[in-house]
Design a protein around this ligand. Sequence first.
Ligand code: 5GP
Length: 112
Amino acid sequence: MTLFEKIASREIPAEILGEGADWIAFRDIAPQAPVHFLVVPKHCIPRINEAETSDNNLLGNLLIAAASTARQEGLAEDGYRIVVNNGPNGGETVPHLHLHVLGGRPMNWPPG
Ligand code: 5GP
């Protein structure tokens, strides 16, 4: 079981912001912005590079969940950033696909 599957099954505690049939959103343990949460599929895809065409509905649901949770967190008006880290150069540390949603401050471009 991955770390995020353990959070989804409540084996490991997290501040859960919402969940649907195939996703869960919870606050990042090491926030990089005033609001920083993760949107994670309950079924583990290791990273976006391993996603398949049959995952298209799930991937859409993750984006919709990210936006609805961002609205719930009050980020809609000022905006926010969604990030997916893939592999070593992408900065991935947990091999279970997740969308980072960051807001509450302006984001820089290009990212580090
Ligand atoms: P990645 O670096 O793989 O893109 O993102 C993994 C994220 O998971 C990091 O931002 C990290 O802070 C977060 N994280 C790691 N362990 C835990 C945990 O036990 N609980 C929560 N809520 N977040 C975690």
